[in-house]
Design a protein around this ligand. Structure first.
Ligand SMILES: Nc1nc2c(c(=O)[nH]1)N[C@H]1C(S)=C(S)[C@@H](COP(=O)(O)O)O[C@H]1N2
Ligand SMILES: [Mo]
Length: 196
């Protein structure tokens, strides 16, 4: 009975960032309609700060070595989901032969969505171009055929329907970052809004 006193206040799950709750669902959060993107006309373009372009088709992407990361995801609207399994190509693989001295990335999506990140946050095994979720092709509402997956930051950085990366010397805010969300978005430091 005495032990109740110690358990009266529920301990925060150490894997759950501050201010988040766990969900088993996979909510859909989109700032606009789902753009029609098919694998047949899919392409991914990296533009460097000097204007050089590198492009991949769906067949190019499929020919690259893929990984199956299992990661926790955290949305700024406070839901988190543990142990999601994806299949995708690491950005390390895609950027391997891209010569750049850029420090920042502006991610572009079909439909006009953008989000910004330091380049180092998409390197060293921290980001993927994901095309499967839990063993199935990624559904269009969740960004299919291909979305960015950057699980260590709030999920708005994981751009759905990704079309390209723009490498830049100077940082430039994306869609939500312009509207007052935090420029970096680390869920462990609860960087939800500008000034957090
Ligand atoms: N292109 C695009 N990517 C996007 C968004 C969007 O509106 N458009 N919403 C972001 C936000 S706020 C979140 S939380 C996640 C939601 O992904 P989901 O709908 O698969 O849960 O996608 C992110 N990527
Ligand atoms: Mo979000």
């Amino acid at each position: 009975m005495f032990s109740r006193a110690f358990h009266g206040r529920r301990e925060q799950d150490p894997a759950l960032p501050p201010g988040q709750y766990l969900t088993e669902d996979f909510p859909v959060l989109s700032a606009g309609p789902t753009p029609p993107v098919s694998t047949g006309d899919w392409s991914f373009t990296v533009t460097t700060e000097s204007g050089e372009r590198h492009a991949w088709t769906w067949a190019d992407l499929m020919a690259l070595p893929a990984e199956e990361p299992t990661v926790d995801i955290h949305c700024v609207t406070r839901w988190s989901k543990f142990g999601t399994t994806w299949r995708g190509v690491s950005l390390d693989v895609l950027l391997e032969d891209v010569e750049t001295a850029a420090d920042y990335v502006l991610v572009h999506s079909h439909g006009g969505y953008t989000t910004n990140l330091p380049l180092e946050d998409v390197l060293d095994g921290k980001a993927w171009l994901a095309f499967e979720f839990e063993g199935e092709p990624l559904e269009p509402v969740h960004g299919g055929p291909v979305r960015l997956l950057v699980p260590h930051l709030y999920f708005w950085k994981s751009a759905k329907w990704i079309s390209g990366l723009q490498l830049m010397h100077d940082d430039q805010p994306g869609f939500w970052e312009e509207l007052g969300y935090h420029n970096y978005g680390d869920p462990w430091r609860e960087q939800r809004y500008d000034g957090d």
